[in-house]
Design a protein around this ligand. Structure first.
Ligand code: CP
Length: 315
């Protein structure tokens, strides 16, 4: 049987990404439907989340599915020693698809190998966050009118930030130029730089972060320093406030430039930027609803044609 899990965006072709963007567009036009009536979606969150869980659950609810799951693994039998395999096997008895966030890198891959129902990776450690990437791609496409030939500046925690790792891999189909702006301690890991070299992706590394270094950006992708991934909290304290985007740094920004951030924001973007036309992070999070509706449907084998011909629209 075909495995319809979403473990990493790297497995998706350009055509598949564009197909999912088209599906997200359909859901943005008509969000409330009964397309998933009778389906049950499980959300298993072994790590905290606001946007990913709530947008996945809203996506399922607005398509008529019911949602089960947990946000606190301590309140489940995993706290009694139940293995991830057994948890997945149990939940697959109850649900048609499982959305899972886990602190271990590779947990989503493992779950997809043992699960009889599709697994949607909602973030595995510092590894991948493919549903975030689909909403990032949708946001980039909506704001730039294309995914091709863009200058994408990734700023902040490029070491532990799983969203930037996923985005970099997905963009390989679209001839991007990346600028990696990070302190020495949080540089883009070698494995992703090697990935760029293997796939002919241009990149430039910077440690400076100022008006001039970001002037060429089409997309300025800010990230939070991931406190929860540090083994040395002194190191976290040293780097946590290094890159704060201030309103007076946008003077040379291109007109089309949009500021994205997967959120939550801690101290990376001044609040005064929120009303600036370059700010797009709240709309980006909203786009997550439509992107995740597309991902859930795709995992359940519902095609773009079926979505276009859907007669269950209720708004
Ligand atoms: N972007 C993101 O993953 O946010 P949450 O941690 O709130 O889900």
């Amino acid at each position: 049987m075909e495995n319809r899990s979403l473990v990493t965006i790297a497995e998706h072709s350009r055509e598949k990404i564009m197909y999912l963007i088209e599906m997200a567009k359909e859901f943005e036009k008509h969000t409330n439907r009964k397309l998933l009536n009778g389906k049950v979606i499980a959300t298993l969150f072994f790590e905290p989340s606001t946007r990913t869980r709530l947008s996945f659950e809203t996506a399922a609810n607005r398509l008529g599915a019911r949602v089960i799951g947990f946000t606190d693994p301590k309140a489940t039998s995993s706290s009694k020693g139940e293995t991830l395999k057994d948890t997945i096997m149990m939940v697959s008895n109850y649900a048609d698809a499982i959305v899972m966030r886990h602190y271990l890198e590779g947990a989503a891959r493992y779950a997809s190998e043992v699960s009889p129902v599709p697994i949607l990776n909602a973030g595995d450690g510092a590894n991948q966050h493919p549903s975030q990437t689909m909403l990032d791609l949708y946001s980039i496409y909506k704001t730039q009118g294309t995914l091709d030939n863009l200058n994408i500046y990734l700023v902040g925690d490029l070491k532990y930030g799983r969203t930037v790792h996923s985005l970099l891999m997905a963009m390989r189909h679209f001839n991007p130029t990346f600028h990696f702006i990070a302190p020495e301690e949080l540089k883009m890991p070698e494995v992703y730089k090697l990935y760029c070299e293997k796939h002919g992706i241009r990149y430039v590394e910077h440690t400076d972060f100022n008006e001039d270094t970001i002037a060429g950006a089409d997309i300025l992708y800010m990230t939070r320093v991931q406190r929860e991934r540090f083994t040395d909290l002194m190191e976290y304290e040293r780097v946590k406030d290094m890159y704060l985007l201030k309103l007076n740094m946008l003077g040379k920004a291109k007109d089309n430039m949009k500021i994205l951030h997967p959120l939550p924001r801690v101290n990376e973007i001044e609040y005064s930027i929120d009303n600036d036309p370059h700010a797009y992070y709240f709309e980006q999070a909203h786009n997550g609803l439509f992107a995740r509706q597309a991902l859930i449907c795709d995992a359940l084998g519902i095609t773009l044609d079926q979505v276009r011909e859907d007669k269950t629209i209720i708004d």
